[in-house]
Ligand binder design. Structure first.
Ligand SMILES: Nc1ncnc2c1ncn2[C@@H]1O[C@H](COP(=O)(O)OP(=O)(O)OP(=O)(O)O)[C@@H](O)[C@H]1O
Ligand SMILES: [Mg+2]
Length: 240
């Protein structure tokens, strides 16, 4: 199985969303939100976009939040991303980050934002970073995040773009099989549809299933595997 990011629909929608944030007019606020269930590809998509932007010379900042984060540890991680040591009091870090974001036109991606959405101080700090730079800031989290942020009116009102990650459809599953599997192997549409259904459209589970199909095909020397050829071999943990 190849290791690359496939440009399925959620990826393309996210790229558009970020492009819109970058080219928005002065009157539109620039906070974006990416949300959706676990394993749907949010982190992979943002990392991919991050690399594309870096190649284009627009190095953004990417930080992942942790369950134990505070405003202080969050800011310290952004400082590390910028390439600087943390500073105290926190106000100094905020000033430093604002200056760096302004001077280098840095956008900021905040992954696993669920961990900080319940923390008023961290969330208000993020709003401060946005208000002082007006550089795009994108929050990434699970399904619940949109509802939880909606209680923070000041931040919520600054969200102008959002993407909800959807379950992969058959076309997406086909694209994964085309781009990730060994070129010698093709998978029948009925087996791809079976994988789509049984995975619930979750990319993580789709790739696990495709890898099993690929291994079996290589082991048996078959180049085409459909539902009948697969038989009742196990593809999913909950397979009955
Ligand atoms: N577009 C893609 N192309 C190739 N592989 C992908 C793609 N999207 C997701 N994956 C794979 O699926 C797995 C799950 O994706 P990812 O970790 O990005 O999901 P997530 O939405 O961030 O989940 P969580 O909410 O648990 O953090 C990863 O191992 C990744 O390799
Ligand atoms: Mg993730």
């Amino acid at each position: 199985m190849k290791n690359k990011t496939v440009e399925v629909k959620n990826v393309v929608r996210t790229q558009h969303m970020f492009e819109t944030l970058l080219t928005r007019s002065m009157i539109t606020p620039g906070i974006g939100l990416i949300h959706g269930p676990s394993g749907f590809g949010k982190t992979t998509t943002v990392t991919y976009m991050f690399n594309e932007l870096t190649v284009a010379g627009q190095q953004p900042l990417y930080v992942r939040c942790y369950a134990t984060d505070t405003a202080s540890s969050f800011l310290a991680r952004v400082m590390t991303e910028i390439g600087s040591e943390p500073m105290y009091p926190l106000r100094k870090m905020v000033d430093f980050i604002v200056r760096a974001m302004n001077e280098r036109a840095l956008s900021l991606f905040i992954d696993e934002a669920d961990h900080i959405v319940g923390q008023p101080k961290t969330m208000e700090t993020i709003r401060d970073l946005y208000d002082s730079t007006e550089q795009p800031i994108v929050l990434i989290g699970m399904e619940e995040i949109a509802r939880r942020i909606s209680h923070r009116k000041q931040l919520f009102n600054r969200i102008s773009e959002w993407v909800e990650f959807k379950a992969a459809d058959l076309e997406d599953v086909f694209k994964f099989s085309q781009e990730l599997l060994d070129e010698r192997i093709s998978v029948g549409e009925d087996l791809l549809e079976y994988i789509r259904q049984r995975s619930g459209g979750e990319v993580r589970r789709i790739l696990i299933a495709l890898e099993k199909v690929e291994r079996a095909a290589i082991a048996s020397g078959e180049s085409f595997i459909d539902r009948a050829a697969w038989g009742d071999g196990q593809l999913f943990l909950n397979h009955r």
